[in-house]
Design a protein around this ligand. Structure first.
Ligand code: NDP
Length: 234
């Protein structure tokens, strides 16, 4: 397999694990990184996904390096947790701006390549919070729920062109993002999983790799939990 792949937020966490999993099977992977250096062994394109010009440039760089985009993993995201009553409006806006509007901007930049080629795979990284809700995450849950409606509608628009769009909803995954989820809050979340543990980024990457593969050719508009059972039933 040697497809042209773009992973946003591919410099650490779930994005990096996904980029490595796809590169290991022979894909030509470009990752966006906003800060620091690109990860070793992967083609990095500097990009702030909230900046439309930066996205346009990054996608073009990936195209020039590896050819028209065939697989997109829209993974970059942020949290700014706070109870709604205490949350600054700017924190609500920033989370929706990054997790929903910027993700839409990246998809819009990439999907014409797939429509033209009549083949493509898009995987959007949402969250179990989008379905189950989570206190302190009204902004995050709203942004990630928006991705589900967006992704499913897009799947209906591009299915005829053999482009699939799926959404993964991870639970508690061990990355920088959840470093501050400690103590009773972490224990509570773990007690709600069926597997009684947090997940590893590689366990999300494996599901994304499947959704991007030929084996998933009849899977689209799906919402796939990778939660260890957290939020079961949603
Ligand atoms: P990390 O905090 O480890 O990584 C977040 C990534 O997103 C980084 O690569 C970061 O880049 C990138 N990013 C954030 N904002 C921007 C931006 N404006 N432009 C470009 N890149 C940006 O988090 P995870 O790996 O845990 O999260 C990956 C995805 O998975 C997110 O969408 C998150 O919401 C989702 N998720 C995570 C869960 C978890 O438990 N970890 C659970 C459910 C969903 P940089 O390094 O440059 O800041």
């Amino acid at each position: 397999m040697s497809r042209s792949v773009l992973v946003t937020g591919g410099n650490r966490g779930i994005g990096l694990a996904t980029a490595r999993a796809l590169a290991a099977q022979g894909d030509k992977v470009a990752v966006t990184y906003r800060t620091g250096e690109p990860p070793e062994g992967l083609f990095g394109v500097r990009c702030d996904i909230t900046d439309a010009e930066s996205v346009r440039r990054a996608v073009e760089e990936a195209r020039i390096q590896h050819g028209p985009l065939q697989v997109l993993v829209s993974n970059a995201g942020i949290t700014r947790d706070e109870l709604l009553v205490a949350m600054d409006e700017s924190d609500f806006r920033a989370v929706v701006e990054t997790n929903l509007l910027a993700a839409v901007g990246v998809v819009k930049e990439v999907v014409p390549d797939m429509i033209k080629a009549r083949w493509g795979r898009i995987v959007l990284v949402s969250s179990v919070s989008s379905l189950a809700g989570a206190p302190g995450q009204t902004n995050y849950a709203a942004s990630k729920a928006g991705l589900i409606g967006f992704g499913r509608s897009l799947a209906l628009e591009v299915g005829r062109r053999n482009v699939t769009v799926n959404i993964v909803t991870p639970g508690l995954i061990e990355t920088d993002m959840v470093k501050e989820v400690t103590g009773p809050r972490r224990d509570h979340l773990l007690s709600q999983t069926s597997l009684f543990r947090a997940g590893q980024p590689e366990e999300v990457a494996g599901v994304i790799r499947f959704l991007a593969s030929d084996d998933a050719s009849y899977v689209t508009a799906g919402v796939i939990p990778v939660t260890g059972g957290l939020g079961v039933g949603h």
